[in-house]
Design a protein around this ligand. Structure first.
Ligand SMILES: [Zn+2]
Length: 405
């Protein structure tokens, strides 16, 4: 047993911190905590957080990441739930592949792994059974990593089927219009091959679909540009939610970073996009934030033109740093990483007395090779200093994880 006295506990209703003492059990096999009472007046207790967009690469690409290594990276930073994306091998587009991934995910108990099923060119006839097993759908409107692109015609057919099935599961869209990418495919620089117009045009299409299918739940993930925000500001969106990633707030084409390391889809944009995306997250125009953790081995990332970068472990400290810098309110940060994802997946709310994370918002976190838990062992955020690393994770009233600071 340990008593955390004068702890600042987030009150979901009041949307503020309230001072309280909290008595917790300790899992002595996992946590060495000898004090009976800790003065917790500097510590914050938050609900366990979500990352609604990760690629844990298993099955098929275990040399990049496994569900276990990715989950530990997430959990060590305060994330208890992730949505895993379907571009694994086999692709998660059938009941069999979903079941297989769930079995792998059950071997670790760090995080709850929700499974996104791909909507593909071939599986629209199997959606009735897939609907019983998946937690969300993912639509790759254009090629990214893995062969998953699907024609607009098949997307429409799949949406009509999901509407008939009265699906309430969120449909995640990677929004880049393949016709616009085709027009720019001979450009030399990655970000010119995939211009912001491609994202904007895809978003316009998704807005049309969201109006045609008012009972389905649409979600556009990893919004990267100011042009997209201009369109979304004007839109009437009742059944459409949005997220962006810290990389689109922290980095742009002028950031000093190797061009291969920088390569990601959609690409990094400009400083003005960083600013507008942060502002849109702060005002709530962008509902949520995700990492789009997409690890590759450092060798293949450095030597090949391959898109994607890690970020699951950096998600929480990068957002808390924005709060500490006065650029984001706590209320918005917790909404973006907890309340709205809970609603999106229709999950019950966590009881903050038994499931919570405890952190000191001011403790510096340096992203170093030693700190990184992802199997990739590299990060675009390497050598950056954040604040707000989780110290303890509590599940079912028991402290089950402690970070060395
Ligand atoms: Zn992704």
């Amino acid at each position: 047993m340990v008593i955390l006295s004068n702890l600042n506990v987030w009150d979901i209703e009041k949307k503020n911190f309230v001072k309280r003492d909290l008595e917790l059990e300790i899992d002595e096999n996992k946590v060495k905590l000898t004090q009976k009472e800790i003065d917790a007046s500097d510590l914050l207790a938050l609900p366990p957080l979500f990352d609604i967009h990760v690629h844990f690469r298993e099955p098929g690409y275990e040399y990049k990441e496994t569900i276990e290594t990715g989950s530990l990276a997430a959990f060590s930073s305060g994330i208890f739930t992730v949505l895993d994306m379907p571009n694994t091998n086999p692709i998660t587009d059938s009941v069999k592949a979903i079941t297989q991934k769930k079995e792998i995910a059950r071997k670790q108990d760090y995080v709850d792994v929700l499974i996104a099923a791909a909507l593909t060119e071939t599986n629209h006839t199997e959606l009735e059974s897939i609907e019983q097993h998946c937690d969300a759908y993912k639509v790759f409107m254009s090629e990214s990593f893995g062969s998953l692109s699907i024609s607009y015609e098949t997307i429409e057919r799949s949406l009509a089927t999901l509407e008939d099935l009265m699906s309430v599961k969120p449909i995640f869209f990677h929004a880049e219009d393949p016709a616009i990418l085709e027009l720019h495919k001979n450009e030399h620089q990655h970000h010119r091959k995939r211009p912001e117009e491609a994202e904007a045009s895809a978003i316009q299409q998704i807005l049309t679909w969201s109006e045609e299918y008012p009972n389905l739940k649409f979600h556009i993930t990893h919004i990267s540009s100011n042009l997209s925000i201009k369109i979304l500001e004007m839109a009437n969106r009742k059944n459409l939610t949005l997220d962006t990633c810290p990389r689109y707030i922290y980095f742009n084409q002028n950031t000093k970073m190797d061009s291969n390391i920088k390569q990601v889809n959609p690409p990094l944009r400009n400083a003005v996009d960083n600013e507008i995306l942060l502002k849109s997250l702060a005002t709530g125009l962008i509902d949520m934030v995700s990492s789009d953790h997409s690890p590759h081995s450092f060798e293949e990332k450095q030597n090949n033109s391959i898109s994607g970068m890690p970020g699951v472990q950096e998600l929480v400290p990068s957002i808390i740093s924005l709060v500490n810098n006065g650029e984001l309110e706590w209320e918005r940060a917790i909404e973006a990483l907890y309340d709205l994802p809970t609603n999106l997946f229709n999950l019950p709310e966590r009881e903050i007395d038994s499931d919570l994370i405890i952190l000191n918002a001011n403790t510096p976190v340096e992203v170093s090779k030693e700190w990184i838990k992802s199997k990739a062992k590299w990060s675009p955020y390497e050598n950056m200093n954040f604040t707000g690393q989780m110290i303890y994770a509590v599940k079912n009233g028991k402290v089950v994880y402690q970070n060395d600071l």
